[in-house]
Design a protein around this ligand. Structure first.
Ligand SMILES: [Zn+2]
Length: 431
């Protein structure tokens, strides 16, 4: 699923002007004092997401800048996404340390009894903090401990969550080029120490778009890998010029991988049940259905929970435990997960979207090899030139909190899983 419909987004004004930069405005004298008291730690932390950069893409040899960081830093065999392996749920899992079932972003499309419907293209929903406040993103924890944050795009960063936002953030706009994104990050690092952010995010989406449109094995994905690496190279050069390359901690990761889905691999849900009998929350890789008044939902569940071709369906209370999914009220009552390489759809949808059907997808079983994500880390906190074992992406949150020297909130991660990638002698940053 692509992140946002570009047409609906804030029109972009040149970087550094207009809507491009939003700083939190202190509203009371005590808050103003707290903002002023913010100080930069010895090493800033830059968290970079290359959406849908599957763990094995790096072996294609098309990402030389990333390979160089991996060779001189930490390179994990892979990082396991949380379930479902979708963009918003996983980006939020990474910055909260909570699996989607606990962080509240249970799907890219979801419903809440009080808030209504959430979808990626709904600007109002995406910027409404009430959707996001089941988790506390790292920029909030940083803020509470006197560190500044800046987000060059990240799901959740456009919302006022528990009355906090990153100090600097941008409304998502896919038209901002990778180079412009990099230049903004470098500009933030050029700010005077009393304004400079300590925690910065950077997001690239071209690899995901090419993967959906052309499939993971396409020349277009390879071109997107090259283009994204050029932006990475610009970043590394910019850091080197500033004598920052070895003084900044960088984590480069992805939210999930990508699987090829042939056009003919369709589970036609409308052939199995009448969609008039249910409230359909989502279709695609992970379909979700809620009961509809005056319709027999038990009969639907009984039918779909029988073994199905290329799909598994469960009542939310019976989802296999390893998915960590189903306790959140926003998870639909019945969920159906397509087998890797398949999509759950309807004849009507296929007819209406001829020529526009994605042939690359994610959202599948998060243990599947094709869903595994990139993880590379580099900088003074990290060991040099080591390969690391695979680990769940919720571990990144306590890792980042440690690197920033701030206490993590309650989370699903396990710092012990990832502690071994840190230099043993590196003390936590002090400020
Ligand atoms: Zn994604």
């Amino acid at each position: 699923m692509k992140w946002l419909s570009r047409a609906l987004l804030c029109s972009f004004v040149a970087l550094g002007a207009g809507c491009a930069s939003h700083s939190t405005t202190p509203t009371s004298p005590s808050e103003a004092a707290a903002q002023e008291a913010k100080a930069a730690p010895t090493a800033p932390l830059l968290l970079i997401s290359i959406d849908a950069y599957r763990a094995d893409y790096i072996d294609r040899g098309l990402s030389p800048s990333l390979q160089a960081l991996a060779a001189t830093g930490v390179h994990a065999d892979s990082m396991q996404p949380s379930f479902p392996s979708l963009t918003f749920p996983n980006h939020y899992a990474i910055v909260t340390g909570l699996v989607p079932d606990h962080n509240g972003i249970v799907n890219n499309t979801m419903v809440d009894a009080e808030l209504g419907k959430f979808s990626l293209s709904d600007r109002k929903a995406v910027s409404n903090g009430l959707w996001w406040d089941q988790g506390t993103p790292l920029w909030e924890t940083a803020d509470a401990h006197g560190l500044r944050s800046a987000t060059m795009f990240w799901p959740g960063s456009e919302a006022d969550i528990q009355s906090r936002r990153p100090d600097y953030w941008k409304p998502y706009d896919g038209k901002v080029t990778p180079d412009q994104r990099v230049d903004q990050v470098l500009a933030w690092l050029d700010l005077p120490p009393d304004q400079r952010p300590s925690f910065i995010t950077l997001y690239f989406d071209a690899v995901d778009h090419a993967g959906h449109e052309h499939g993971p094995d396409s020349p277009q994905v390879n071109q997107a890998l090259r283009d994204t690496d050029e932006a990475m190279s610009r970043l590394v050069d910019g850091l080197r010029q500033r004598n920052l390359l070895d003084r900044i901690n960088i984590i480069v990761l992805a939210d999930h991988g990508m699987a090829s889905v042939p056009l003919e691999n369709n589970v036609l849900i409308d052939k199995l049940i009448s969609l008039k009998d249910v409230d359909t929350v989502s279709l695609g890789v992970l379909a979700g259905f809620n009961p509809k008044p005056k319709h027999d939902f038990n009969a639907i569940e009984e039918q779909l929970e029988q073994p199905q071709q290329h799909m598994h369906c469960w009542d939310k209370t019976r989802i296999p435990k390893r998915f960590d999914y189903g306790s959140n009220a926003r998870v639909p009552q019945l969920v159906c997960l397509a087998d890797v390489g398949w999509r759950i759809t309807t004849e009507d949808y296929l007819a209406k979207h001829k020529g526009k059907i994605s042939i690359g997808e994610h959202g599948y079983d998060n243990a599947d090899p094709l869903m595994q994500a990139l993880f590379v880390a580099h900088g003074p906190a990290f060991r040099n030139g080591i390969r690391f074992h695979s680990f769940p992406n919720v571990d990144v949150y306590p890792l980042m909190a440690h690197v920033l020297g701030i206490p993590p909130n309650f989370n699903d991660g396990n710092f012990g899983d990832v502690q071994g990638m840190l230099k043993p002698e590196a003390p936590a940053a002090t400020h």
